[in-house]
Design a protein around this ligand. Structure first.
Ligand SMILES: C[S@@+](CC[C@H](N)C(=O)[O-])C[C@H]1O[C@@H](n2cnc3c(N)ncnc32)[C@H](O)[C@@H]1O
Length: 312
C-alpha cells in the first residue's frame, strides 16, 4: 500500500513538473516551486489538525513541573519569622519558660520519680567539643545573663557553661533546647541509656546530670524541636547574649537554626556553634554558616572546631 502511494506521488510530481516546464519554468525552478508548495501545505494541515482547546499546560514536561524557572519572588529560603516582640528582662526568662512549658513549676521537683530512678546512671555525660576553650573565652567576653543552647544531648556543654558562669560569679540562666530524641540509631550506639516503652531516657539522664552538677537553678530546658522552640522564644521575647548552635548538622537544619537563633541575639551578643571543622559537619554546617555570614555581611571567626559570629 505504502509502495503504491509513493509511486503515485512520484508520478504526480513528474506530471506537475512537466506542466510547469511547458509553461516556461526551468526544471530546477519547477522542483523548487513544488518543494515550497508542499512545505506550505504540510504546515497548513498541521495547524488545522491542532485543536484550539488543547492548551499547552495539558502536556507539561517533567522539567516544567519539577524545575520552574526561578522567580525573583523566591525568597522563602531567607524568610523566617520576621518580627520578635521586645525582649523581656533576663531575670524573667526562667519564670517565663516555667510558666509556658511546665505549668509554672520546676520540672526538677520530685525528680527522679521512683519508677525512673533505677533506669538512670548517677552521672552519664558525653559530648563533642563540649569543653573547648571557646566556651571560656566567650563567657568571659560576653558575661551573658542568658545563654541559649540549641542541641544539648546529655548536657555536657550546658553543664560546662554552668560551671564557667558560676566560677565567674555570673547570674546566668542557661536555656537548653533539645527534643531529647537524639537521632535514629542512638539506642544501639548508647546501649546504657535505657528505654521505657520506646521512650529513650535521654531527657531524664540529662536532668540527672544537671542535678548531679548542682546546676538545676542555672540550667532549664525546652524539650521541643528547635524550629518550634525558637519561634516561641521570639514570640515571648526571650533573647540571649550568647547562643550556641549544635543541633541538626545537615545544611537545612543548621541554616534554619542559625537564622532563627540570630533574631534572638541581644545587641553585643555572640552566636557560635560546633562542627565547623569536623567530619560530623560533612560541610553542611560550614556552608550554612558561611552563607548566613555572606547574607548578613558578617565575618566568620574560627576557634578550633567552632565557628563564631558577633551580632551586628
Ligand atoms: C551533637 S548533640 C548536642 C551536643 C551538646 N551540645 C554537647 O556538646 O554536649 C545534638 C543534639 O541535638 C538534638 N537535635 C537535633 N536536631 C534537633 C531538632 N530539630 N530539634 C531539637 N533537637 C534536635 C539531638 O536530640 C541531640 O541531642
Amino acid at each position: 500500500m505504502k509502495h503504491i502511494m509513493i509511486t503515485e506521488s512520484a508520478a504526480a510530481t513528474r506530471r506537475i513538473t512537466s506542466a510547469l516546464h511547458n509553461r516556461g519554468f526551468t526544471k530546477p525552478a519547477a522542483y523548487l516551486l513544488i518543494l515550497l508548495l508542499s512545505y506550505y501545505l504540510g504546515y497548513l494541515s498541521a495547524i488545522l489538525k491542532t485543536p484550539s482547546y488543547d492548551p499547552p499546560y495539558n502536556h507539561p514536561t517533567t522539567a516544567t513541573i519539577v524545575n520552574p524557572p526561578p522567580q525573583t519572588t523566591d525568597v522563602d529560603h531567607y524568610q523566617f519569622q520576621t518580627h520578635c516582640v521586645d525582649p523581656i528582662p533576663p531575670q524573667l526568662v526562667r519564670q517565663t519558660i516555667l510558666n509556658q512549658i511546665f505549668n509554672g513549676s520546676s520540672p526538677y521537683n520530685d525528680f527522679p520519680q521512683p519508677h525512673i530512678k533505677p533506669l538512670l546512671r548517677r552521672k552519664r555525660i558525653k559530648g563533642w567539643g563540649s569543653t573547648g576553650l571557646v566556651f571560656k573565652k566567650l563567657i568571659e567576653k560576653v558575661k551573658p545573663k542568658t545563654i541559649i543552647e540549641i542541641g544539648t544531648f546529655l548536657g555536657a556543654s550546658a553543664i560546662h557553661m554552668a560551671e564557667l558562669t558560676q566560677q565567674l560569679g555570673l547570674q546566668t540562666q542557661i536555656l537548653c533546647i533539645d527534643d531529647f530524641r537524639g537521632w535514629p540509631g542512638l539506642p544501639s550506639q548508647f546501649r546504657d541509656i535505657k528505654m521505657l516503652n520506646g521512650n529513650i531516657m535521654l531527657l531524664y539522664q540529662f536532668m540527672q546530670n544537671v542535678v548531679q552538677a548542682n546546676a538545676t537553678e542555672t540550667v532549664i530546658f525546652f524539650p521541643f524541636s528547635t524550629g518550634s522552640a525558637l519561634e516561641k522564644l521570639c514570640e515571648w521575647g526571650v533573647f540571649a547574649d550568647l547562643i550556641e548552635v549544635d543541633a541538626g548538622h545537615d545544611f537545612h537544619s543548621a541554616w534554619s537554626d542559625i537564622n532563627r537563633a540570630y533574631k534572638l541575639l541581644r545587641p553585643g551578643g555572640v552566636i557560635f556553634g560546633h562542627d565547623y571543622f569536623t567530619g560530623a559537619d560533612s560541610r553542611g554546617v560550614r556552608r550554612a554558616v558561611n552563607m548566613f555570614a555572606r547574607v548578613k555581611g558578617l565575618r566568620v571567626k574560627v576557634d578550633g572546631q567552632h565557628w563564631v559570629l558577633d551580632s551586628l
